[in-house]
Design a protein around this ligand. Sequence first.
Ligand code: SF4
Ligand code: SF4
Length: 427
Amino acid sequence: MNPPEAFHIMVKPTGSRCNLECDYCFYLKKENLYHNGTFKMSDEVMESYIKQTIEAHHVPRVTIAWQGGEPTLMGLDFFKRAVELEKKYQKPGIEIENTIQTNGTLLNEKWCQFLHDNKFLVGISLDGPREMHDAYRRDKKGQSVFDKVVKAIRLMQKYKVEFNILCTVNAVNSKYPLRTYKFFRDKLGADYLQFIPIVERDNESGFQEGFRITDRSVQPHQFGEFLINIFDEWVRRDVGKMFVLFFDGILASYVRGYSTLCILRPICGDGVALEHNGDLYSCDHYVEPNYLLGNIQRTPLIDLVGSQKQRTFGLNKSKILPNFCIECKFLFTCYGECPKNRVLKTPDGESGLNWLCSGLKDFFIHTEEEMKIMADLLRKGQPASEIMKILAEKERQIQRSSNKIGRNEPCFCGSGLKYKKCHGKNS
Ligand code: SF4
Ligand code: SF4
């Protein structure tokens, strides 16, 4: 079997160790996998990982992605050494990019200077304004860390560190989509957002088993509503200025026929997870014994990434889809979303339906027309942001026509509803 030309590894240099204790964190329980673990990646494992990753890539850009647990607990010297090793093994014509996902609480001036100088792209976890962030993301004593995170963002802005916000969508903040979005945009000046739904299985193991979902998980319809409200604001005001990863991922399916996001693609499995001791797992969400591929100190990394076991893992994303999904109009942009969230039965009793399905479908239906317009613009070589002018013009026309139409007459937009029930509802 041919090894992949490129792949993505989430590296966990501290394993599951973190200075916070977020209620919904799926990674803290991974501590149980390494009872006698050091939870500190050794220099040998780091060197082996960097060397093998660079050697195995046959594309112009290699991404080294640091994650956790909380990777900044390793200290700045660890990352200075990482950059040194990257330079040592860098191949001519190959660019190396570092990303780091952090809770932000340990970032200070020195860190920000380093992140800027070495062009790290930082993902910072923040669930919205104070009361939303504090709902589930606190330190080990239950104290708020909101101020520390905002301070870290201000420091990154001062040092011109490139960053994006990773916001989980959970039972609390899902009720306040626009407050959350406008807080990031208007109060923080952030322009790159990732919204990650919390769908957490209610069990002791922390593995993807059992079918009960915790109360702090987002409800399916609430997730759809959350995305729809933000999309409606974004598509009228912010296209090309604000980047919402999920929207871009779906738009890519409309333009090219496949998404850039693993959760929305027919096959996944090119994003693996590396534990602090060199153990490699099929995915960040499947760090559990059945999905252990091997250890990069004993088996070449490329053999593990290209193994039959990993290939089967990726192919199963489509193979185990219920018919309900196969027949779905939005299969091309959803593919049943992530297998880890497939805990429901379909209306005819087949298992494997995604917890988020009804919300995702609401979102796909609501955004279809606008996604098609943007895809069309991009195919013609025009920026997707042109949609804002198109929608503004459409709304002006609606306004003009509404001045001439009776509230009980059929709406001119062709919905079949009376004007007052359709576009007249806010007038
Ligand atoms: S299991 Fe889910 S998160 Fe992991 S690679 Fe597949 S789609 Fe992506
Ligand atoms: S929207 Fe629902 S039915 Fe359609 S592919 Fe996605 S999960 Fe399956």
